[in-house]
Design a protein around this ligand. Structure first.
Ligand code: SF4
Ligand code: SF4
Length: 177
């Protein structure tokens, strides 16, 4: 259960699943369940979406991955809006394809949680140890949390590496120079 938002009469929305238009019952309830897990990781949000979707719809096991991808694609813009994020792409390139996020050197990290508290985008989670669990939420070119780490345990790709990546991805998506 995700809370009161998930209850009520299921509604239906047509979405594209594996290239086919499919009517999804309880669409709004599934979205509400995802939003109820905003503080969790992407995988927790994906699970919440699918758990709710499966309560209202028959999902063949062989097509589960397609349904999961489809409902996730519907959810991401809603999440971005809710969180005040711009979108899930960077100059036309899907954000998830860009390797830009902090990495933690655990030989230096004291698990103080300062980076977790600093980042408002939910890139880090703070449990037994601090981890980068949502790397694609990191704003491309942001290095804000570096200053929060007194141990010098955080690092980012270089801007040269980033430029090289973007060049390759622009070619892949025919986005010009
Ligand atoms: S660089 Fe910015 S967006 Fe990325 S994790 Fe650090 S504070 Fe968050
Ligand atoms: S701020 Fe630095 S030391 Fe503290 S949890 Fe983050 S990476 Fe580890």
């Amino acid at each position: 259960m995700c809370g009161p938002n998930c209850q009520g009469k299921p509604n239906v929305k047509q979405i594209t699943v594996g290239g086919q238009s499919v009517g999804i019952s309880g669409f709004d309830e599934a979205m509400a369940c995802g939003l109820a897990h905003l503080k969790g990781s992407d995988s927790e949000q994906k699970k919440a979406l699918m758990d709710e979707l499966k309560k209202h719809n028959y999902v063949p096991e062989s097509r589960e991955a397609e349904y999961a991808a489809a409902i996730w694609a519907e959810f991401k813009p809603l999440r971005s809006k809710q969180m005040g994020w711009l979108d899930d792409s960077y100059h036309g390139i899907p954000r998830e394809e860009i390797e830009w996020h902090p990495s933690i050197d655990y030989s230096k990290c004291s698990s103080c949680g300062a980076c977790f508290k600093f980042c408002k985008r939910g890139v880090f989670t703070f449990g037994d140890r601090t981890e980068v669990t949502n790397p694609a939420r990191c704003v491309v070119t942001c290095t804000g949390c570096l200053s929060s780490c007194k141990e010098g345990a955080l690092s980012f790709p270089t801007l040269v590496d980033l430029r090289e990546q973007l060049k390759i991805l622009r070619e892949k998506y025919n986005l010009g120079k």
